[in-house]
Design a protein around this ligand. Structure first.
Ligand code: MG
Length: 348
């Protein structure tokens, strides 16, 4: 048997294959509205929305954030993109003996402030210490429960004014040909900020992580109405998110490359390092699909919030082929494949 490699946790096709072959098949199939094997952002069991995230980011404190803020934001966002309101978080911290306690204080202070920012408390937790050398300083696991957002039914009713809507949640399989695809803002900041800081490339003076809780921005979008699917483009980035949607919804997609918001610093760093900004992780962005008639209003609502200031329509779902097609600036078309894994390891 071969060994586990970094790409088995890197959010791309290799991880998907690994999960299918070695993890998910061992668990009994369950009678849940959104079960484990749908591999969506959260599960839905008896109308309770439930998710969990492990965090192994290196370094623990990085430009724009730290493992504490990342843990809260990542978990709150996974609940929110289902169309749910997060109620409370559980947090497990495992530390290595010898870790500077001032780092613990910094991370916990930041975590507490992020909880206040999004209005979601940590309600239960656990702390363990392992001997030196057993792990890399600190890992953190956060879980959350949420309930159906009071805005979700109205949002779906608006979508249903324009086309048939069969799903009760904003799941990955809910997109239909014609739906507009929206990003809530700039793509690639988190991965570039971490890679640059860690490797000493110097771009981090210009590019900070986008890590942020998005529950309030998403509530504004739901309030506008017409959203059918949402996802946070974390590991594997925008390319992975769009390809997951295409395969789970059984659609095609045409994305206009020029309309994807990318900072110059991200483009320059990615050019220099030979990586694709569309394949690296984001921690403060949502990708949304909505009925085309409501796209302008959803973008406007997102833009009215601090996290969604640069929201933009980037393309549309199509009938076929079942691929993501990127229309390039010079009028060309190329297939945007799912990455085999995020090119930047340990960003979350
Ligand atoms: Mg997610």
């Amino acid at each position: 048997m071969p060994n586990v490699v970094m790409n088995h946790g890197a959010g791309g096709e290799m991880m998907q294959e690994f999960l299918n072959k070695h993890i998910v098949r061992h668990f009994p199939s369950m009678d849940a509205e959104v079960p484990l094997d749908s591999m969506d952002d959260s599960a839905v069991v008896d109308d309770i929305v439930f998710t969990i995230d492990g965090h192994t980011v290196n370094p623990l404190i990085f430009p724009g954030g730290d493992i504490g803020r990342l843990s809260v934001a990542g978990t709150v966002n996974d609940i929110s993109v289902m169309g749910a309101s997060p109620l409370g978080l559980a947090c497990s911290v495992i530390m290595e003996e010898g870790l500077d306690i001032s780092i613990v204080d910094t991370v916990m202070d930041s975590m507490g402030r992020t909880c206040r920012e999004c209005g979601v408390p940590v309600v239960t937790g656990d702390t363990k210490v392992m001997e030196s050398g057993a792990l890399d300083k600190m890992v953190m696991t956060t879980s959350a429960i949420g309930r159906r957002s009071p805005l979700l039914d109205g949002n779906l009713r608006t979508a249903a004014e324009y086309r048939q809507v069969s799903n009760r949640w904003c799941t990955d399989d809910s997109i239909r040909p014609g739906d507009a695809i929206i990003t809530s803002g700039y793509i690639g900041d988190h991965g570039v900020a971490i890679l640059s800081f860690r490797e000493g490339y110097g771009f981090e003076s210009e590019i900070k992580s986008d890590v942020a809780p998005l529950n309030k921005m998403i509530a504004a979008g739901l309030n506008a109405g017409g959203i059918v699917a949402m996802k946070d483009p974390t590991r594997g980035g925008l390319a992975n998110t769009l390809n997951e949607w295409v395969s789970k919804s059984g659609i095609g997609m045409e994305i206009d490359q020029e309309s994807i918001p990318l900072r110059d610093g991200v483009v320059n760093a990615c050019d220099l390092l030979g990586i694709d900004p569309l394949s690296i992780g984001n921690e403060g962005k949502a990708i949304l699909a909505c009925v085309p008639e409501m796209a302008d209003q959803v973008v406007k609502a997102l833009r009215s919030t601090p996290e969604g200031r640069h929201a933009a329509v980037i393309g549309y779902a199509t009938e076929a082929p079942a691929r993501v097609i990127l229309r390039t600036e010079i009028g060309g078309r190329r297939i945007l494949d799912a990455p085999s894994g995020d090119p930047v390891p340990r960003i979350c």
